[in-house]
Design a protein around this ligand. Sequence first.
Ligand code: ZN
Length: 402
Amino acid sequence: MIVPKIVFIVFDGLGDRPIKELNNLTPLEAAIKPNLDAFSKMGINGLLHTVKRGIRPGSDTAHLSILGADPEVYYRGRGPFEAAGVGIDLELGDVALRGNVATLDKNGLITDRRAGRIADASEFAKLIDGLTIEGVKIIARAGVGHRMAIVLRGVNLSDEVTDADPHMTNEKILLSKPKNDSAEAKLTASIINIISQKAQELFPTLGNPSANCLLLRGAGKLTEFPNFEKTYGLASCCIAGGALYKGIAKILGFTILNVEGATGKGDTNIDNKIKAVTENLDKYDFFFVHLKGTDSFSEDGKPLLKKEYIERADKAFSPLLPLLKEGRIIISVTGDHTTSSELMAHTTDEVPLLVAGPGVRVDKVETFGERPAQSGGLGHMEGRHLIKYLVDLLGKSPLYGN
Ligand code: ZN
Protein backbone atom coordinates (compact mmCIF):
# COMPACT_ATOMS: atom_id res chain seq x y z
CA MET A 1 0.00 0.00 0.00
CA ILE A 2 1.27 3.47 -0.88
CA VAL A 3 1.41 5.83 2.10
CA PRO A 4 0.69 9.25 0.61
CA LYS A 5 2.87 12.27 1.35
CA ILE A 6 1.26 15.53 2.43
CA VAL A 7 1.91 18.58 0.23
CA PHE A 8 0.73 21.62 2.17
CA ILE A 9 0.73 24.77 0.02
CA VAL A 10 0.21 28.13 1.71
CA PHE A 11 -0.37 31.18 -0.48
CA ASP A 12 0.34 34.15 1.79
CA GLY A 13 -2.63 36.52 1.96
CA LEU A 14 -4.57 34.31 -0.47
CA GLY A 15 -8.08 35.47 0.43
CA ASP A 16 -9.46 38.75 -0.87
CA ARG A 17 -12.70 40.68 -1.21
CA PRO A 18 -14.70 41.23 -4.44
CA ILE A 19 -12.85 43.56 -6.82
CA LYS A 20 -14.72 45.88 -9.22
CA GLU A 21 -12.22 45.53 -12.11
CA LEU A 22 -12.64 41.76 -11.82
CA ASN A 23 -16.45 41.87 -12.19
CA ASN A 24 -16.80 41.65 -8.43
CA LEU A 25 -14.85 38.41 -8.27
CA THR A 26 -11.86 37.99 -6.00
CA PRO A 27 -8.44 37.52 -7.65
CA LEU A 28 -8.60 33.80 -6.82
CA GLU A 29 -12.12 33.43 -8.19
CA ALA A 30 -11.18 35.33 -11.37
CA ALA A 31 -7.94 33.43 -12.00
CA ILE A 32 -7.73 30.79 -14.75
CA LYS A 33 -6.43 27.90 -12.67
CA PRO A 34 -7.23 24.46 -14.08
CA ASN A 35 -4.98 22.60 -11.64
CA LEU A 36 -6.32 24.24 -8.48
CA ASP A 37 -9.86 23.71 -9.76
CA ALA A 38 -9.08 20.04 -10.40
CA PHE A 39 -7.72 19.65 -6.83
CA SER A 40 -10.83 21.35 -5.53
CA LYS A 41 -13.14 19.10 -7.54
CA MET A 42 -11.26 15.97 -6.46
CA GLY A 43 -11.31 17.06 -2.82
CA ILE A 44 -13.16 18.56 0.09
CA ASN A 45 -13.37 22.32 0.55
CA GLY A 46 -14.06 24.81 3.30
CA LEU A 47 -13.15 28.09 4.92
CA LEU A 48 -10.43 28.60 7.49
CA HIS A 49 -10.21 31.07 10.37
CA THR A 50 -6.47 30.70 10.56
CA VAL A 51 -6.25 31.90 14.17
CA LYS A 52 -9.79 32.47 15.41
CA ARG A 53 -13.04 34.06 14.31
CA GLY A 54 -12.74 37.84 14.61
CA ILE A 55 -8.93 37.86 14.88
CA ARG A 56 -6.97 39.71 12.17
CA PRO A 57 -3.94 37.46 11.92
CA GLY A 58 -0.35 38.46 11.30
CA SER A 59 1.64 36.16 9.04
CA ASP A 60 3.65 34.88 12.01
CA THR A 61 0.75 33.99 14.31
CA ALA A 62 -1.26 32.55 11.41
CA HIS A 63 1.55 30.25 10.32
CA LEU A 64 2.15 29.02 13.85
CA SER A 65 -1.54 28.26 14.10
CA ILE A 66 -1.91 26.39 10.82
CA LEU A 67 1.30 24.48 11.54
CA GLY A 68 -0.18 23.30 14.82
CA ALA A 69 1.63 25.53 17.38
CA ASP A 70 -1.12 27.57 19.05
CA PRO A 71 0.13 31.21 18.97
CA GLU A 72 -1.79 32.03 22.14
CA VAL A 73 0.47 29.56 23.94
CA TYR A 74 3.78 30.00 22.13
CA TYR A 75 3.97 33.40 20.39
CA ARG A 76 6.42 35.90 21.92
CA GLY A 77 7.02 38.30 19.00
CA ARG A 78 8.29 38.00 15.44
CA GLY A 79 12.01 38.64 16.04
CA PRO A 80 13.11 35.03 16.71
CA PHE A 81 11.56 33.72 13.47
CA GLU A 82 13.22 36.39 11.33
CA ALA A 83 16.54 35.68 13.04
CA ALA A 84 16.26 31.91 12.54
CA GLY A 85 15.23 32.54 8.92
CA VAL A 86 18.42 34.47 8.12
CA GLY A 87 20.54 31.66 9.54
CA ILE A 88 21.22 32.65 13.15
CA ASP A 89 21.25 29.60 15.44
CA LEU A 90 19.19 30.88 18.33
CA GLU A 91 19.68 29.82 21.94
CA LEU A 92 17.00 29.72 24.62
CA GLY A 93 16.83 33.12 26.32
CA ASP A 94 18.02 35.10 23.28
CA VAL A 95 16.00 38.21 22.50
CA ALA A 96 15.66 38.83 18.76
CA LEU A 97 14.44 41.91 16.90
CA ARG A 98 13.78 42.95 13.35
CA GLY A 99 15.51 45.99 11.95
CA ASN A 100 15.00 48.21 8.91
CA VAL A 101 17.82 50.31 7.51
CA ALA A 102 16.05 53.65 6.99
CA THR A 103 16.48 57.35 6.26
CA LEU A 104 16.54 60.18 8.81
CA ASP A 105 16.49 63.83 7.69
CA LYS A 106 18.49 66.54 9.42
CA ASN A 107 15.64 67.23 11.82
CA GLY A 108 15.76 63.62 13.00
CA LEU A 109 12.53 62.66 11.23
CA ILE A 110 12.19 59.35 9.36
CA THR A 111 11.63 60.10 5.67
CA ASP A 112 11.96 56.60 4.20
CA ARG A 113 11.45 53.40 6.22
CA ARG A 114 13.35 51.35 3.61
CA ALA A 115 16.35 53.58 2.85
CA GLY A 116 15.33 53.89 -0.81
CA ARG A 117 14.84 50.12 -0.95
CA ILE A 118 18.54 49.29 -0.75
CA ALA A 119 19.31 45.91 -2.29
CA ASP A 120 21.28 44.48 0.59
CA ALA A 121 21.88 45.38 4.24
CA SER A 122 24.93 43.11 4.76
CA GLU A 123 27.48 45.92 5.16
CA PHE A 124 25.19 47.65 7.67
CA ALA A 125 24.70 44.45 9.65
CA LYS A 126 28.48 43.98 9.87
CA LEU A 127 28.80 47.33 11.66
CA ILE A 128 26.53 46.11 14.47
CA ASP A 129 27.49 42.43 14.50
CA GLY A 130 29.92 41.44 17.25
CA LEU A 131 29.40 44.48 19.50
CA THR A 132 29.19 43.83 23.23
CA ILE A 133 26.91 46.19 25.15
CA GLU A 134 26.51 45.90 28.94
CA GLY A 135 27.99 42.40 28.73
CA VAL A 136 25.42 41.32 26.12
CA LYS A 137 26.62 40.03 22.74
CA ILE A 138 24.98 41.52 19.64
CA ILE A 139 24.55 39.37 16.51
CA ALA A 140 23.26 40.97 13.30
CA ARG A 141 22.55 39.39 9.90
CA ALA A 142 21.04 40.87 6.76
CA GLY A 143 17.70 39.63 5.46
CA VAL A 144 16.04 40.57 2.15
CA GLY A 145 16.69 44.15 0.95
CA HIS A 146 16.77 46.74 3.73
CA ARG A 147 15.96 44.21 6.46
CA MET A 148 18.13 42.64 9.12
CA ALA A 149 17.72 40.52 12.21
CA ILE A 150 19.43 41.45 15.48
CA VAL A 151 19.91 39.05 18.38
CA LEU A 152 20.86 40.02 21.96
CA ARG A 153 22.61 37.11 23.65
CA GLY A 154 23.25 37.18 27.36
CA VAL A 155 21.67 36.49 30.72
CA ASN A 156 18.83 38.47 32.27
CA LEU A 157 17.21 39.73 29.07
CA SER A 158 13.49 40.33 28.50
CA ASP A 159 11.22 40.83 25.51
CA GLU A 160 8.88 43.03 27.56
CA VAL A 161 10.08 46.18 25.80
CA THR A 162 8.50 48.62 23.36
CA ASP A 163 9.62 49.20 19.76
CA ALA A 164 12.10 51.93 18.88
CA ASP A 165 10.47 51.97 15.45
CA PRO A 166 7.48 54.36 15.35
CA HIS A 167 6.13 52.40 12.30
CA MET A 168 5.47 55.71 10.46
CA THR A 169 7.38 58.27 8.45
CA ASN A 170 7.74 61.92 9.59
CA GLU A 171 8.27 60.69 13.14
CA LYS A 172 11.39 60.52 15.30
CA ILE A 173 12.94 57.22 16.33
CA LEU A 174 11.44 56.29 19.69
CA LEU A 175 13.22 55.30 22.84
CA SER A 176 12.52 51.66 23.65
CA LYS A 177 10.94 51.44 27.09
CA PRO A 178 10.52 48.56 29.55
CA LYS A 179 6.91 47.33 29.77
CA ASN A 180 7.38 46.45 33.44
CA ASP A 181 9.63 47.31 36.38
CA SER A 182 11.97 44.35 36.05
CA ALA A 183 15.71 44.88 35.81
CA GLU A 184 15.70 42.56 32.75
CA ALA A 185 13.26 44.75 30.79
CA LYS A 186 15.14 47.93 31.76
CA LEU A 187 18.47 46.43 30.67
CA THR A 188 17.06 45.18 27.34
CA ALA A 189 15.42 48.52 26.50
CA SER A 190 18.65 50.37 27.27
CA ILE A 191 20.64 48.01 25.00
CA ILE A 192 18.14 48.54 22.16
CA ASN A 193 18.53 52.30 22.55
CA ILE A 194 22.32 52.03 22.47
CA ILE A 195 22.17 49.94 19.26
CA SER A 196 19.85 52.53 17.76
CA GLN A 197 22.34 55.29 18.64
CA LYS A 198 25.35 53.29 17.37
CA ALA A 199 23.62 52.71 14.04
CA GLN A 200 23.14 56.46 13.59
CA GLU A 201 26.84 56.99 14.28
CA LEU A 202 28.18 54.11 12.18
CA PHE A 203 25.84 53.77 9.15
CA PRO A 204 26.79 57.16 7.57
CA THR A 205 30.41 55.93 7.31
CA LEU A 206 29.26 53.64 4.46
CA GLY A 207 28.59 56.70 2.31
CA ASN A 208 24.89 56.33 1.44
CA PRO A 209 23.17 59.41 2.87
CA SER A 210 19.71 57.81 2.60
CA ALA A 211 20.76 54.80 4.70
CA ASN A 212 21.66 56.42 8.01
CA CYS A 213 19.65 54.75 10.78
CA LEU A 214 18.11 51.49 12.01
CA LEU A 215 14.48 50.99 13.08
CA LEU A 216 14.19 48.23 15.69
CA ARG A 217 10.98 46.39 16.47
CA GLY A 218 9.30 43.07 17.25
CA ALA A 219 11.41 41.99 20.25
CA GLY A 220 10.76 38.36 21.05
CA LYS A 221 12.43 35.84 23.32
CA LEU A 222 13.11 32.35 22.05
CA THR A 223 11.09 29.93 24.11
CA GLU A 224 10.50 26.21 23.61
CA PHE A 225 8.26 25.29 20.70
CA PRO A 226 6.73 21.89 19.99
CA ASN A 227 8.73 19.89 17.46
CA PHE A 228 6.51 19.23 14.44
CA GLU A 229 8.31 16.05 13.36
CA LYS A 230 8.14 14.52 16.84
CA THR A 231 4.55 15.61 17.51
CA TYR A 232 3.17 14.13 14.30
CA GLY A 233 5.79 11.52 13.46
CA LEU A 234 6.37 12.97 10.00
CA ALA A 235 9.71 13.76 8.34
CA SER A 236 9.03 17.36 7.35
CA CYS A 237 10.58 19.97 5.10
CA CYS A 238 9.93 23.61 4.25
CA ILE A 239 10.24 25.18 0.81
CA ALA A 240 10.03 28.98 1.11
CA GLY A 241 11.84 32.17 0.15
CA GLY A 242 10.98 34.60 2.94
CA ALA A 243 13.07 34.58 6.13
CA LEU A 244 10.02 34.64 8.42
CA TYR A 245 8.59 31.40 6.99
CA LYS A 246 11.90 29.57 6.93
CA GLY A 247 12.48 30.78 10.48
CA ILE A 248 9.11 29.55 11.77
CA ALA A 249 9.66 26.20 10.09
CA LYS A 250 13.20 25.89 11.44
CA ILE A 251 12.11 26.66 15.01
CA LEU A 252 9.34 24.03 14.67
CA GLY A 253 11.95 21.48 13.58
CA PHE A 254 11.43 21.34 9.81
CA THR A 255 14.34 20.74 7.43
CA ILE A 256 14.74 23.82 5.22
CA LEU A 257 15.21 23.01 1.52
CA ASN A 258 16.94 25.93 -0.18
CA VAL A 259 15.65 26.36 -3.71
CA GLU A 260 17.31 28.37 -6.47
CA GLY A 261 15.26 31.41 -7.42
CA ALA A 262 13.08 31.34 -4.28
CA THR A 263 13.11 35.07 -3.51
CA GLY A 264 10.21 35.48 -1.10
CA LYS A 265 8.75 37.98 -3.58
CA GLY A 266 6.40 38.10 -6.58
CA ASP A 267 9.17 37.04 -8.99
CA THR A 268 9.95 33.80 -7.16
CA ASN A 269 10.63 30.62 -9.14
CA ILE A 270 7.53 28.53 -8.38
CA ASP A 271 8.54 25.76 -10.82
CA ASN A 272 11.71 25.17 -8.80
CA LYS A 273 9.71 25.04 -5.57
CA ILE A 274 7.42 22.32 -6.96
CA LYS A 275 10.44 20.50 -8.40
CA ALA A 276 11.86 20.44 -4.86
CA VAL A 277 8.68 18.58 -3.82
CA THR A 278 8.65 16.03 -6.64
CA GLU A 279 12.42 15.36 -6.44
CA ASN A 280 12.31 14.79 -2.68
CA LEU A 281 9.03 12.89 -2.54
CA ASP A 282 10.71 9.76 -1.18
CA LYS A 283 12.70 11.64 1.46
CA TYR A 284 9.97 13.44 3.42
CA ASP A 285 6.39 12.82 4.57
CA PHE A 286 5.28 16.44 4.85
CA PHE A 287 6.11 19.35 2.51
CA PHE A 288 5.29 22.90 3.61
CA VAL A 289 5.43 25.07 0.49
CA HIS A 290 5.10 28.83 1.00
CA LEU A 291 4.24 31.33 -1.75
CA LYS A 292 4.49 35.02 -0.80
CA GLY A 293 3.50 36.81 -4.04
CA THR A 294 -0.25 36.85 -3.37
CA ASP A 295 0.27 38.86 -0.18
CA SER A 296 2.86 41.23 -1.67
CA PHE A 297 0.57 42.16 -4.57
CA SER A 298 -2.40 42.70 -2.22
CA GLU A 299 -0.29 44.88 0.08
CA ASP A 300 0.68 46.97 -2.97
CA GLY A 301 -3.00 47.29 -4.03
CA LYS A 302 -2.52 45.22 -7.22
CA PRO A 303 -5.35 42.65 -7.48
CA LEU A 304 -4.72 41.98 -11.19
CA LEU A 305 -1.12 41.04 -10.50
CA LYS A 306 -2.35 38.86 -7.61
CA LYS A 307 -4.63 37.05 -10.05
CA GLU A 308 -1.76 36.59 -12.54
CA TYR A 309 0.51 35.26 -9.79
CA ILE A 310 -2.12 32.65 -8.88
CA GLU A 311 -2.31 31.68 -12.58
CA ARG A 312 1.48 31.34 -12.76
CA ALA A 313 1.49 29.19 -9.62
CA ASP A 314 -1.32 27.05 -11.02
CA LYS A 315 0.77 26.26 -14.12
CA ALA A 316 3.68 25.30 -11.88
CA PHE A 317 1.40 22.86 -10.00
CA SER A 318 0.96 20.66 -13.13
CA PRO A 319 3.40 17.95 -11.93
CA LEU A 320 1.30 17.51 -8.77
CA LEU A 321 -1.92 16.48 -10.56
CA PRO A 322 -0.69 13.03 -11.74
CA LEU A 323 0.75 12.37 -8.26
CA LEU A 324 -2.63 13.18 -6.75
CA LYS A 325 -4.43 10.93 -9.25
CA GLU A 326 -2.04 8.07 -8.43
CA GLY A 327 -2.82 8.47 -4.71
CA ARG A 328 0.81 9.33 -3.94
CA ILE A 329 0.04 12.67 -2.32
CA ILE A 330 -2.56 14.37 -0.19
CA ILE A 331 -2.64 17.99 -1.28
CA SER A 332 -3.92 20.85 0.83
CA VAL A 333 -4.00 24.44 -0.41
CA THR A 334 -4.92 27.44 1.71
CA GLY A 335 -3.73 30.87 2.86
CA ASP A 336 -2.50 32.30 6.16
CA HIS A 337 -5.02 35.16 6.12
CA THR A 338 -7.02 37.34 3.77
CA THR A 339 -5.24 40.44 2.47
CA SER A 340 -7.67 42.88 0.93
CA SER A 341 -6.13 44.42 -2.21
CA GLU A 342 -8.45 47.39 -1.78
CA LEU A 343 -7.55 48.08 1.87
CA MET A 344 -3.96 46.87 1.30
CA ALA A 345 -4.18 45.20 4.71
CA HIS A 346 -4.91 41.89 6.40
CA THR A 347 -8.55 41.34 7.33
CA THR A 348 -10.48 38.85 9.47
CA ASP A 349 -12.19 37.21 6.45
CA GLU A 350 -11.72 33.47 6.28
CA VAL A 351 -9.44 31.92 3.66
CA PRO A 352 -10.47 29.13 1.30
CA LEU A 353 -9.14 25.67 2.01
CA LEU A 354 -9.03 22.51 -0.08
CA VAL A 355 -7.83 19.03 0.78
CA ALA A 356 -7.63 16.28 -1.86
CA GLY A 357 -6.21 12.78 -1.83
CA PRO A 358 -6.83 9.26 -0.55
CA GLY A 359 -9.44 9.03 2.20
CA VAL A 360 -10.99 12.45 1.60
CA ARG A 361 -14.81 12.68 1.58
CA VAL A 362 -15.16 14.49 -1.75
CA ASP A 363 -17.79 17.24 -1.77
CA LYS A 364 -19.68 18.94 -4.60
CA VAL A 365 -17.44 22.03 -4.91
CA GLU A 366 -15.90 22.25 -8.38
CA THR A 367 -13.67 25.33 -8.29
CA PHE A 368 -11.27 26.82 -5.77
CA GLY A 369 -12.40 30.18 -4.42
CA GLU A 370 -13.73 32.10 -1.46
CA ARG A 371 -17.40 31.74 -2.40
CA PRO A 372 -17.37 28.23 -3.88
CA ALA A 373 -15.72 27.13 -0.60
CA GLN A 374 -18.74 28.38 1.35
CA SER A 375 -20.65 25.26 0.36
CA GLY A 376 -17.78 22.85 0.99
CA GLY A 377 -17.84 19.81 3.23
CA LEU A 378 -15.23 21.09 5.72
CA GLY A 379 -17.44 24.04 6.65
CA HIS A 380 -15.69 26.57 8.86
CA MET A 381 -12.49 25.28 10.42
CA GLU A 382 -10.01 26.86 12.86
CA GLY A 383 -6.37 26.92 11.80
CA ARG A 384 -5.13 24.90 14.79
CA HIS A 385 -7.33 21.94 13.76
CA LEU A 386 -6.08 21.70 10.20
CA ILE A 387 -2.85 19.74 10.74
CA LYS A 388 -4.71 17.30 12.99
CA TYR A 389 -7.22 16.66 10.22
CA LEU A 390 -4.45 16.12 7.64
CA VAL A 391 -2.54 13.77 9.96
CA ASP A 392 -5.71 11.82 10.63
CA LEU A 393 -6.09 11.21 6.89
CA LEU A 394 -2.84 9.24 7.21
CA GLY A 395 -4.34 7.27 10.13
CA LYS A 396 -1.76 8.76 12.53
CA SER A 397 -4.05 10.65 14.88
CA PRO A 398 -4.07 9.52 18.54
CA LEU A 399 -7.32 8.12 19.93
CA TYR A 400 -9.13 10.14 22.60
CA GLY A 401 -10.64 7.69 25.11
CA ASN A 402 -10.89 4.06 24.11
ZN1 ZN B 1 0.82 36.41 5.63
